[in-house]
Write a protein that binds this ligand. Structure first.
Ligand code: PLP
Length: 356
């Protein structure tokens, strides 16, 4: 019963098989190989346009290097105050941008509202030398609360950013889970809605260690190859990145994996909704379930070996905070989660509350 994160799973079978297949023979190093070229073509076909594609081995590398390409050292990067780039990347965006300032914005359920970004842009007038200059807006899709921006919301936020000369970055660590929910095309959820650069996450959803940075405006990528190399993220045996991404995208494998993870999240959430004493503060719009559990249930689950994080009161409105006999938890099913794991989890929780 592992719901700690979607990166506690291994890689998918087809991805591991592709790594083994790519292991045979010799290939040119540093991404000048047929697997990497194939992966770049597959990404371009998927997004229905010419774009500059760079494979990297982690989401932190994707985000930090992508943002560094959008901002000067004296720039401002706007993001949600709970964003991964602000809280979970050890200062990598600041480091790789040589010191740009991350400006964290509030917003319910992980989302930045249009009025919030408009007000933030007004607080940083262009040309005022004592202030950092607005450079990038980073949106997380799906958000850190497991919610989604609609296509309309992405477009409106992008318009506001572009109107102020600010580029739009999307942290798509769970791009596949979000896309599977919205049922739109990858192009619709990215460049058609105004996204300039996408961190296309794949690791949480089935690769071993491969995400992509996708520049929809190739001009923005002019020095990215140097940034990636200088940052130590250009792998000499780059074919293994190409092999992972190619297998991940082949025949819709990536979306199959995401649909499965989302379905497991739905099964979990529906079961929790029918369990007395459980609170569900937010909707489940991707593959993350946030729940307030009775402490007795939490203790029984931990005793049975279930794995998940206690979430404090992060992201909750003041009135929603858990009571002293409750805990707020984050539960993330992945592509590898089984229905049986979900059902056992629910069963233990119900027994603990005497309602089995
Ligand atoms: C997991 C995650 C990342 C990438 O993290 P790495 O551990 O560096 O691969 C980026 N953004 C979000 C929102 C994430 O959840």
């Amino acid at each position: 019963m592992d719901f700690a994160s979607d990166n506690t799973s291994g890689a998918s079978g087809p991805v591991m098989a592709a790594l083994m297949a790519a292991n045979a023979g010799a290939a040119m190093p540093y991404g000048v190989d047929p697997w990497t070229a194939g992966a770049e073509k597959a990404v371009q076909a998927l997004f229905e346009r010419d774009c500059a594609v760079f494979l990297v081995p982690s989401g932190t590398a994707a985000n930090a290097l992508a943002l560094a390409a959008l901002t000067p050292p004296h720039g401002a990067i706007f993001c949600h105050e709970d964003a991964h780039i602000a809280n979970d990347e050890c200062g990598a965006p600041e480091f790789f941008s040589a010191g740009a300032k991350l400006v964290g914005l509030p917003g319910q359920q992980g989302r930045i509202a249009l009025a919030t970004i408009e007000a933030a842009l007004a607080r940083f007038p262009r040309g005022l030398v004592k202030q950092v200059q607005p450079s990038a807006l980073s949106l997380t899709q799906a958000t850190e609360c497991g919610t989604l921006y609609s296509l309309k919301e992405i477009a409106a936020l992008s318009d506001a950013a572009h109107g102020a000369g600010v580029k739009v970055h999307m942290d798509g660590a769970r791009f596949a889970n979000a896309l599977a929910r919205l049922g739109c095309s990858p192009a619709d959820m990215s460049w058609r809605a105004g996204v300039d650069v996408l961190s296309f996450g794949a690791t949480k959803n089935g690769t071993f260690c491969c995400d992509a940075v996708i520049f929809f405006d190739s001009a923005l990528a002019h020095d990215f190859a140097f940034r990636r190399k200088r940052g130590g993220h250009t792998l000499s045996k780059g074919r293994f990145l190409g092999a992972q991404m190619s297998a991940y995208l082949r025949d819709g494998h990536w979306l199959d994996l995401a649909h499965h993870a989302n379905a497991m999240a739905d099964r979990l959430r529906e079961g929790l909704a029918q369990t007395p004493g459980v609170g569900l503060p937010w909707p489940c719009e991707a593959n993350e379930v946030f729940a307030i559990l009775p402490r007795s249930g939490d203790m029984a689950l931990k005793a049975a070996g279930a794995s998940y994080y206690h979430w404090g009161a992060r992201g909750l409105a003041p009135g929603e905070a858990p009571g002293t006999d409750e805990v707020f938890v984050r539960l993330i099913p992945s592509f590898a989660t089984t229905p049986d794991e979900v059902d056992r989890f629910l069963d233990i929780l119900r027994r603990a509350s005497g309602k089995a």
